[in-house]
Design a protein around this ligand. Structure first.
Ligand code: GLV
Length: 324
């Protein structure tokens, strides 16, 4: 009989992490290209010691109570709003995430959204696909230069700081940020939200989703932004009120937006598709071979570190569970 501990992986991830897990565990990988239904997940986890989850797997108290052997939930993401961490802690379940390794990819994606909405590249691409280019015109499809602009970063953690650094280096932008703590990086200045919204030419959101950040940017905040400003969201959809954003884009309250995350993924609010001043991507900010490969390794190591004696995890959110 195989006495190795059992680990379940809810979705196919890059092989690097799976190879690591295979060395230590009785591993089962669900290779279907869709989120696992909740009842199937509970069924699979009945006798598992560890699980590697993705951000659509809801790991709440009700589920945890049905899977008594579970010792570690390792999320294949830096965000962990799909997991009830305090409830996991109460039950002695360690929760891991994958910070650092997707910072570059996500910041580059935010930059790509800024570039494409400011230069109107997607809109131009659409015109060419439709063959509806009316011919060169002095006032045709004017965009915005980024040189020297003010970038307001909401949530100045790893990703926010990386984007700030990129914008400063590439375009000599002035960086202001809102964060709970003071960060000492480059010439960036900490400001209150009101000032950030009023002063910024680009507002980029990088806070995690929790009770305090749900609809953090709504109608009032969008109205405080410059009419010429852009909003970028690569964090979590519900941080921005999607209805309010649609209205702001329709009415020209702001000049445009670049959005990678949505309130009710995988759906987007009806009407957004008609906004030419909006660039949308389907939650792909960390979707690079580099980031996803490293995420698979970190997520695997978090399971190995919790379940195998003498091994250390990379990032466990509720360290107190390990101390016991
Ligand atoms: C992706 O959205 C993540 O949180 O890693």
């Amino acid at each position: 009989m195989d006495s190795r501990k059992k680990v379940f992986v809810t979705r196919e991830i890059p092989e690097a992490g799976l190879k690591m897990l295979e060395q230590h565990f009785d591993l089962k990988v669900r290779r279907e290209d869709s989120p696992i239904p909740r009842d199937k997940l509970i069924e699979e986890l009945k006798d598992c010691d560890g699980v590697l989850t993705i951000l659509t797997d809801k790991m709440d108290a009700e589920l945890m109570d049905q899977v008594p052997n579970l010792k570690v939930i390792s999320n294949f993401a830096v965000g962990y709003d799909n997991i009830q961490v305090p409830q996991a802690t109460q039950r002695g379940i360690a929760v891991g995430n994958t910070p650092e390794v997707l910072t570059q990819s996500t910041a580059e994606h935010a930059l790509a959204l800024i570039m494409s909405v400011a230069k109107r590249t997607n809109e131009g691409d659409m015109v060419m696909r439709e063959d509806s280019f009316p011919g060169w015109g002095p006032m045709y499809m004017l965009g915005t230069e980024l040189e020297g602009k003010t970038v307001g970063i909401i949530g100045y953690g790893r990703i926010g700081q990386k984007l700030g650094e990129m914008m400063e280096k590439a375009f000599d932008c002035k960086i202001i940020y809102m964060d709970h703590s003071e960060k000492s990086t480059g010439g960036a200045r900490k400001v209150e939200l009101d000032e950030l919204l009023r002063e910024s030419d680009i507002v980029s959101v990088h806070v995690p989703l929790n009770e305090n950040t749900r609809h953090f940017i709504g109608e009032k905040e969008l109205k405080m932004m410059k009419k010429s400003a852009y909003l970028i969201n690569t964090a979590r959809g519900p941080v921005v009120d999607e209805e309010a954003l649609l209205k702001a884009l329709q009415e020209g309250t702001i000049r445009g937006a670049g959005i990678d995350v949505f309130e009710k993924e995988p759906r987007r609010l009806a009407g957004l598709e008609k906004c030419k001043n909006l660039v949308m991507t389907p939650h792909t900010a960390s979707a690079t071979w580099e980031a996803r490969t490293k995420m698979s390794e970190v997520a695997a190591q978090n399971i190995i570190g919790v379940l195998i004696e003498g091994q250390a995890p990379v990032s466990i959110l509720n360290q107190e569970v390990l101390a016991k």
